[in-house]
Design a protein around this ligand. Sequence first.
Ligand code: FAD
Ligand code: MLT
Ligand code: ZN
Length: 482
Amino acid sequence: FSLEARKIQRNPSYAAIMPDDIHYFKEILGEKNVIQDEDKLSAANMDWMQKYKGSSQLLLQPRNTEEVSQILKYCNSRKLAVVPQGGNTGLVGGSVPVFDEVIINLSSMNNTISFDEVSGILVCEAGCILENLDNFLANQGFMMPIDLGAKGSCQIGGNVSTNAGGIHFVRYGSLHGNILGLEVVLPNGTVLDMLGALRKDNTGYDLKHLFIGSEGTLGIITKVSILTPPRLSSTNVAFLACTDFIYCQKLLQEARRTLGEVLSAFEFLDSHCMNMVLTHLDGVRNPLPPSVSNFYVLIETTASDELYNKEKLEAFLMRSMEGGLISNGVVAQDLSQASSFWHIREGITEAVAKAGAIYKYDLSLPVEQLYNIVEEMRRKLGQSAKVLGYGHLGDGNLHMNISTPKYDDTVLAEIEPFVYEWTSKHRGSISAEHGLGLMKANKIHYSKSRESVQLMVAIKKQMDPNGIMNPYKVLPYSMLYE
Ligand code: FAD
Ligand code: MLT
Ligand code: ZN
């Protein structure tokens, strides 16, 4: 299992679970929401990639904010460490225990509370699954401002806690902009009501932002108020081939300039990703004829007027073809073809997971530098690993995945710290959208100044003096535990 976990020790100041604790939890949550069953625990102890594994003996499933508050108040007084868990689709080892932390799973808190069809503001519980929320909104003529491959399992509380990005970030922006309010339970059990549903509110420090992207280290998000955009009636998806990365960059520049307001996704993948998907996922085929395409770009446009949308995309494609930016391309003729294009892009995560061991890097870089690191890494690793590049090119977000048949510390030593040093040198971010979790808690200084990290540690200590919330994650071990 993960190298990060092998390097750290359980903090001895945390208590271990005793029979009295189980008794207390059963009293407040009811017998069936206090889970000690081996099979359920082993699923909740293991992350999506099967790379991070804890050894928790207890999984709690609160049904409302009051129960979350009672759990945290009790755990804080007993110094029992906890891990908040949503859909457990996180990719940095943040959603599972490192040792025996109590898992608090939000799945039972999955009610929508209100929807205002004039403002588009949705209020719901944190355990709502993203796709269910989007389906609910579809009936009202609206959509979630965030969409990602794990939508069928991830929860809005998990999305907010990781400040997830996804495929529509290029159009609708960050959750820091779309989240209007939160209800959060602090480690001592205090319920912090910040569940505003206002677009504008400049009264003092905007505390909700502390919880957006803090990966469960400051409190548990129990309710969310989110601004949702209207669902526009016309969507087009084009799957395009480029022979060189420079053409992908030029295509993005052109798309921003000429597609402008209709552009809703701009994603890329290299031919190594395409091969991976064709090899490991059933029923996938390349919609373009085999050629020397080194890169593929998936562009989505969305508008309220079908003709306008179509004409804009066609003119853009025509110009890009004439200008030699794309060597080939196809526009989806129906929903099923559009979803087959998306399946290629979104299926990469699953295909790489099936291929064996994965070393995942989620970098923000200036677009013109973005693919250089993939090429350098390929040169460095030679035949010992497959290096794949894909991601949200429209946001300057590269996913570099390195795939080997088995985890191998010598391969890891070739990759790290090189990848972090390279990113830091180019003033990039070592976590664009997945968070730091356990994987990068000790790497935060590659992207943040010493003074910023010190302030984060001071905030953590102030809000969670016993350090019970999601220990060993996000902040350096040495600054919190030594
Ligand atoms: P979990 O994995 O359960 O938890 C993630 C973190 O949030 C943990 O630190 C956990 O402690 C904390 N947490 C969870 N719920 C709460 C809560 N209610 N209160 C406080 N803390 C909480 N991410 C992207 O950004 N963009 C993508 O495009 C994307 N695509 C993905 C595709 C696939 C196939 C997969 C498997 C993952 C993808 N991810 C992506 C990563 C992941 O889906 C997101 O990070 C997602 O937001 C996690 O939500 P979750 O409910 O599964 O949270
Ligand atoms: C994606 O964009 O596909 C996700 O962030 C998941 C991944 O990085 O594999
Ligand atoms: Zn992504």
